[in-house]
Design a binder for this molecule. Structure first.
Ligand SMILES: O=C(O)CCC(=O)C(=O)O
Ligand SMILES: [Mn+2]
Length: 209
């Protein structure tokens, strides 16, 4: 249930090769997707991963799909089970529909990372490079509180630009930007009432292989 005007995705805002589709999900679609993701979280509760450097991440996360992104002292990787030992729940149809609209020619994503940002949570500048295949874009969906998204190039210390992502925005990170650095500097706590109890939920869909 993507915005009708975006059924054939309109012209995106392009920043550093990142394609940003403002308001791609209308409020009703945002509620539907969030409801489905809250069910995922019930089956596979959010946890706080440890970085390979031994620091607890401020973002809490879980996954849906065949593979989930995971991190601990052994490094960043994809695993086929939640830390509790159960398989990850399936990616909800409402989420796959978004992928289908924006990336009809790509294979189905094998992973939907669910990031939860409470007050003060952030995600440092990084590349998405734990997948075995970088031929396909990464698609990200923002739900809930506004987030300041920083985008750079493929060099660690290159120039960056930032944009506030809002609930319902979709970002497609492909082509020259597939391995570009990006991160979330901060969220604007209380800027949306979509997520019960507040905060921001980000979905990151990826083909992993
Ligand atoms: O929260 C976001 O918008 C970005 C998340 C992200 O970059 C990631 O999980 O790799
Ligand atoms: Mn990322």
């Amino acid at each position: 249930m993507v915005n009708k005007t975006e059924k054939i995705p309109g012209k995106p805002l392009c920043v550093a090769g990142f394609r940003i589709f403002r308001g791609a999900l209308v409020p009703r679609a945002q509620s539907r997707v969030l409801g489905d993701i809250l069910q995922v979280i019930e089956q596979a509760p959010l946890f706080s991963p440890m970085t390979p450097y031994g620091r607890k991440m401020s973002v809490r996360m879980t996954s849906a799909g065949r593979l989930g992104w995971y991190s601990d002292r052994s490094g960043y990787r994809y695993v086929d089970r939640h830390p509790s030992g159960t398989s990850w729940p399936s990616i909800p149809d409402s989420v796959l529909e978004i992928w289908q609209v924006f990336l009809p020619d790509a294979p189905q994503p094998e992973s939907c990372l669910v990031n939860y940002y409470g007050e003060g949570a952030r995600m440092g500048l990084h590349q998405d490079r734990d997948e075995g295949d970088f031929s396909f874009p990464v698609l990200s969906v923002s739900l809930g509180d506004d987030a300041l998204f920083r985008m750079g190039g493929t060099a660690r210390r290159g120039k960056t630009s930032s944009i506030w992502l809002k609930s319902g925005d979709v970002v497609v990170i492909g082509g020259a930007a597939r391995l570009a650095y990006h991160g979330i500097d901060r969220i604007r706590s209380g800027s949306s009432s979509l997520v019960p109890g507040g905060g921001r939920v980000n979905l990151t869909l990826r083909v992993v292989r």
